[in-house]
Design a protein around this ligand. Structure first.
Ligand SMILES: Nc1nc2c(ncn2[C@@H]2O[C@H](COP(=O)(O)O[C@H]3[C@@H](O)[C@H](n4cnc5c(=O)[nH]c(N)nc54)O[C@@H]3COP(=O)(O)O)[C@@H](O)[C@H]2O)c(=O)[nH]1
Length: 805
């Protein structure tokens, strides 16, 4: 995570909200308001006890003052004042009893409701007594009833309790007045009172006044306290809801000081990084992150303290509990009051899984799932970088486009699981062939692209490519199958083929197609002339189906000569396409395209039918025993209906299987030898002759050859070409002949153009030859002329057994 990942897309949470949270999370450390504390009954009772003590003390002072003022001549003032009917003695005794009575029980039993009720009743009695001793109806102390009503409103939670106390107070006052009026108790005379007793009406009005005011105070006191209580209750509930929300929130919520010291961590936070007290190195947020994360936090803390909107930012925390790092999306806030111990609140959303998924998605988006190699998107990116770097550094890079030859056959014959394993192994080998700074990418199916950086010149690239072909040419052993893969590739380089990235890819692709057209298993450098071929190839590919439907394909026949008898014993059917616009096309121009499009199956069927029909016609024309050879593409070989089709065509044309020969290239057979053994056995059971074409270019071993139902080995023309001048080619050619002889196989050499080549082959006991020296491939009518000239008589004799067919 970097500071760049900071986002500022939301406003910070309300600071005041966090202020109250700061208070809530530290109930012990904070100063609770009086209102909060008064919710608790014992607190209220204590307060009342203290007030009561104060009131009693004030009353006592009042009495003392009265005595001093009105009886200065008395030695022990507390025992005299009877002349004013104000019994200080009684008052003193009363206070001595009342003090502990009115205050002590509550001081001791603060939580006992009964004691509190009794206490308030005692208070009422005390006030009534005090009123009595201070003049009864004319006493100034009657407002003390109001204080008792307020006291009960303060102490009791139910309104009716408060109103009840108010009524009891009014009743006691009334009883006192009645008792004094009826002289049940003697009226205490005050110094300022006249001798005459107050009238009943005065007393009644006084009682009504005191009772009315007391009722009003009780009513409003109860109502007010109820309101305060219910408001407070609501605040308390919302606070509890808030703390509950924070505690059980699914996001980590923390509160810390500016130096990172953690003060609070909610439940999920503790689950994620452990309890505060268990954090090693002190509960500091800074200890839970690395240097970079600490820097981010300090910067964000600074901003939030300055009330700058920091929005969301990402942070990585080490979790001692989980033993891994957590990715968090954090939003910060702080209280409004700017004090040094200002707290910072953080709400952190765990985005570890999301980031992992994102990283995985990014990886998936940029890598091939099967091989783990970079895919087309990443390759494109790397190519652009390489291009920019090469431009700046004046260096060269190469782009190599690779396509596995006939990979589809592996998939179709052995299944996709084997195909996938093979692709994985190819990817590994490819990676092993190049430097770590190079990029090996898979861009689809069996297509790989290699980006080689800082290459010196073409020779450098060529040697890398040669190594690659050798490496990929080694057999792959997958699920008990030994598989051989060849590769065709095209290279373009920067700055030689300077162009944009897409065009460079196209150029490498064009060069790769050129390599395929040259017979596969090679790598070609791009040149401009290849582009013309590309458009020609496009035209050919698009018109092939139509050409087949319109009968534009032709068969040419090239004779095969028996060296000993000097007679033509067979012909090879070679397809041509009489294209309406492009003229006569050689098979090298369209066979590969037909393979790619799948049209090879239909085209091959046509070739087979036409070759069989023609050979049967020649057979009926007197050339009994002449065999016709048909080239079988790898795609035809793996086609499930091949044997069925061959059998049907033989039946349809009437050609005996013995007069048909299949030429299958060595690389096609060796690609999947097990499967080839199976199919070749079936074909062979129809009497059909089988030749391994281009022999010597593949990887056949003796052990493999023995397993195949093969009749003939056909030495590739590349060995024949220089057989007189190149000792290696000569050695290979003679070795193949010797091997064929030892395995009881016929050996035929193709591409024989000179008499010297012919002499060499004859001297080395090669069985048959084929090449321009004997005849070029010819249309059927011209081929017939050649056939008629060359030992037809011997042919007929040689195949006497077939005459009767
Ligand atoms: N699957 C199929 N493949 C086919 C079919 N028809 C042909 N082919 C394959 O196409 C490749 C090219 O064939 P072609 O251009 O016809 O070339 C053949 C000969 O013309 C050429 N040849 C013969 N003698 C000489 C010679 O003395 N010199 C010389 N330079 N070239 C010569 O060789 C080609 C025959 O090769 P091969 O098949 O290996 O015997 C070729 O690979 C064909 O196999 C088809 O119907 N289906």
């Amino acid at each position: 995570m970097t500071p760049e990942s900071l986002q500022t897309n939301s406003s910070p949470p309300d600071a005041a909200w966090f202020d109250s949270l700061s208070q809530l999370i530290q109930p012990d450390a904070r100063n609770r308001s009086i209102g909060e504390r008064l919710v608790e009954q014992c607190v209220r009772v204590s307060l009342m006890v203290k007030l009561r003590w104060a009131m009693l003390a004030a009353l006592f002072c009042y009495v003392l003052l009265a005595e001093l003022l009105f009886a200065p001549d008395i030695d022990l003032p507390i025992f005299h004042l009877e002349q004013w009917s104000f019994s200080l003695k009684a008052a003193a005794i009363f206070f001595v009893i009342a003090f502990p009575l009115t205050s002590l029980p509550c001081s001791v039993w603060k939580n006992c409701r009964l004691v509190i009720y009794l206490q308030v009743l005692v208070d009422l009695l005390f006030v009534t007594a005090a009123i009595h001793w201070s003049g009864g109806v004319v006493s100034w102390l009657w407002p003390a009833y109001l204080l008792i009503s307020l006291e009960s409103a303060f102490l009791f939670e139910k309104k009716r309790e408060v109103w009840g106390i108010g009524m009891i107070g009014a009743a006691l006052y009334g009883v006192l007045l009645v008792a004094e009026q009826l002289d049940f108790i003697a009226t205490v005379r005050m110094p300022f009172m006249e001798e005459e007793s107050p009238s009943i009406l005065f007393e009644l009005l006084m009682w009504l006044w005191v009772a009315g005011v007391n009722a009003a105070v009780s009513f409003f006191g109860a109502f007010l306290m109820d309101k305060i209580r219910s408001d407070h209750q609501k605040v308390k509930q919302s606070e509890e809801a808030l703390t509950g929300f924070i505690t059980t929130a699914h996001d980590l919520i923390f509160c810390c000081r500016q130096d990172g010291t953690l003060l609070y961590l909610n439940q999920i936070g503790q689950d994620m990084i452990g309890p505060l007290e268990a954090l090693s190195g002190g509960a500091s947020l800074f200890n839970l992150t690395d240097e970079e994360g600490r820097g981010v936090l300090i910067r964000q803390f600074g901003k939030v303290i300055r009330q700058v909107d920091v929005g969301h930012f990402e942070m990585r925390l080490n979790s001692p509990v989980a033993g891994r790092t957590l990715d968090l999306e954090v939003s910060l806030s702080t209280s409004c009051n700017e004090t040094p111990d200002q707290m910072i609140w953080g709400v952190c959303h765990d985005i570890t899984e999301r980031n992992l998924a994102q990283r995985e998605l990014i990886k998936l988006a940029h890598h091939d799932v099967l091989t783990g190699l970079p895919n087309r998107i990443l390759l494109h990116d790397r190519l652009q970088q390489a291009r920019a770097l090469a431009h700046r550094m004046h260096s060269r890079f190469a782009l190599l486009f690779l396509d596995m030859d006939r990979f589809k056959i592996i998939n179709d014959t052995l299944g996709h699981a084997v195909g996938d394993d093979l692709l994985r192994m190819i990817a590994q080998r490819l990676k092993g062939c190049f430097r770590e700074t190079d990029t090996v990418a898979r861009i689809g199916g069996d297509e790989f692209v290699v980006l080689m950086l800082n290459v010196a010149d073409r020779a450098d690239i060529s040697s890398l490519c040669d190594n690659l072909l050798i490496e990929l040419g080694q057999p792959f052993v997958i699920r008990n199958h030994e598989l051989f893969v060849t590769t065709s590739g095209g290279v373009c380089t920067y700055p030689d083929d300077e162009d944009d990235v897409e065009t460079m890819m196209q150029k490498a692709d064009v060069a790769m197609y050129h390599a395929k057209a040259l017979g596969r298993n090679n790598i070609q450098f791009y040149n401009d002339s290849m582009d013309q071929n590309a458009s020609r190839r496009f035209t050919i590919a698009n018109s092939m189906r139509r050409g087949l439907d319109r009968g534009e394909f032709r068969l040419y026949y090239q004779p095969k000569l028996d060296v000993t008898s000097d007679c033509i014993v067979a012909t090879e059917a070679l397809v041509r396409w009489q294209h309406p616009e492009l003229g006569l096309l050689a098979p090298t121009e369209f066979i590969q395209l037909a393979e790619e499009s799948g049209l090879i199956v239909d085209l091959g069927e046509w070739v087979l039918r036409e070759a069989c029909r023609q050979n049967m016609a020649w057979h009926q024309d007197g050339m009994q025993g002449l065999r016709v050879a048909v080239n079988l593409s790898g795609y035809q070989l793996q086609h499930s209906r091949l044997v069925e089709t061959v059998r049907a065509i033989l039946e349809e044309t009437g050609l005996p299987g013995e007069l048909l020969e299949f030429e299958i290239t060595e690389s096609v057979i060796m690609q999947n030898p097990d499967y080839a053994v199976e199919v070749l056995n079936e074909i062979s059971s129809l009497g059909i002759h089988i030749s391994i074409d281009d022999f010597g270019t593949g990887y056949s071993s003796l052990s493999h050859l023995k397993r195949f139902s093969v009749n003939t080995l056909k030495i590739d023309k590349s060995f024949v070409r220089d057989v007189e001048s190149n000792s290696t080619d000569a050695a290979i050619a003679s070795a193949i002949i010797a091997m064929g002889s030892s395995l009881n196989l016929k050996v035929i050499a193709e591409g024989v153009e000179t008499k010297q080549q012919m002499d060499f082959l004859r001297e080395n006991n090669c069985d048959q030859v084929q090449g321009f020296l004997i005849s070029r491939p010819l249309p059927a009518d011209q081929a017939l002329k050649v056939l008629r000239q060359k030992c037809i008589g011997e042919l007929v004799q040689g195949h006497a057994a077939l005459k009767e067919i």
